[in-house]
Design a protein around this ligand. Structure first.
Ligand code: ADP
Length: 284
């Protein structure tokens, strides 16, 4: 069986947020569109990771030749959803030279003095680069909303601001792939437990992660609002169940491959005379 046919419906089609989507109904342990098992998924990840790597090299080559396009992968999810693993196991397939990575934690004093998009704009991918955001401007309508860090009128206005901001980016040549990663409350508990049970995982444990679990329903509401208000034609959300890491990784790999393929990239032509250069090299 060809690996391709393990997807009965493509990731890009089945995971795209649809109007009326209800987050409460999402089975976070499911593997939408994929008919294979974990071993199939792991094998496919290696194979498709190679395809992704070739496509990213094409983008990079074009960027070096003046193409102003870029790709931005936005990873947004609760703690333990697997954002770090996405970096290692998906983005890890591509040449790090072509990746612009940024993660967004609690804003610094300097960042707090500015508009919430200020720190985001500074980290946008350069021309020809694959940008990856580990958390993003969406924190400003998620954690900020849940913890009442600014008044509702302020965070309430941000959805439109974000849509407009992303439209600007898309118009300027950035393809944005927004991935909302959803782990279940039970699976999150298991993953946090593992961080407490294994010394090599202590560094990943943050006591505040457990406090945030109490706010789970408020976070789910905030994520639902985010999906309802910011899944646009120009920058749709993709909803990825993350209880099975192997699935979320192949799903995001496919979303990236699809985005790169839609860019119709080809190798940039030489900006020198190839025959003359061959002759010069032979003589040298
Ligand atoms: P991680 O937990 O992903 O390893 P960090 O510990 O560096 O990363 O920081 C993440 C924390 O920063 C999360 O709790 C997140 O909600 C918080 N954070 C991110 N952006 C903001 C923001 N704009 N306002 C307040 N808190 C934020």
């Amino acid at each position: 069986m060809a690996n391709d046919s393990l997807w009965e419906t493509s990731a890009v089609k089945i995971l795209r947020a649809q109007p009326g989507f209800e987050l409460a109904q999402l089975d976070r342990n499911s593997t939408p569109g994929f008919t294979g098992n974990k071993a199939d998924g792991q094998r496919l990840l290696e194979e498709r990771g190679g395809v992704l790597s070739d496509l990213q090299e094409l983008l990079y080559a074009n960027g070096r030749s003046g193409d102003t396009r870029s790709v931005l992968l936005v990873l947004q999810g609760m703690d333990t959803a697997g954002k770090g693993g996405m970096m290692r196991h998906v983005i890890g397939h591509v040449d790090p030279q072509g990746v612009d990575h940024a993660s967004f934690g609690v804003p610094t004093d300097e960042e707090k003095k500015h508009h919430f998009l200020w720190r985001i704009r500074k980290e946008l991918p350069r021309n020809g680069y694959l940008g990856v955001f580990d958390r993003s401007h969406y924190e400003d309508v998620l954690v900020v909303r849940v913890h009442d860090l600014v008044p509702p009128t302020v965070w309430g206005a941000r959805y439109d601001e974000i849509n407009q901001f992303e439209k600007e980016l898309v118009d300027a040549g950035t393809t944005i792939i927004k991935v909302a990663m959803f782990v279940s409350l039970d699976e999150q508990k298991k993953r946090l437990q593992e961080r407490l049970d294994r010394p090599e995982k202590y560094w990943k444990y943050n006591p505040s992660d457990v406090s945030e679990r109490k706010l789970w329903p408020a976070y789910q509401d905030a994520y639902q609002a985010m999906l309802d208000k910011t899944s646009t034609e120009h920058a749709p959300w993709y909803i990825v169940p993350c209880d099975r890491k192997w699935y979320s990784r192949i799903a995001v790999t496919e979303l990236l491959i699809d985005a790169f393929e839609k860019m119709n990239l080809s190798w940039p032509p030489a900006d020198f005379d190839v025959e003359i250069e061959k002759a010069r090299l032979a003589d040298s």
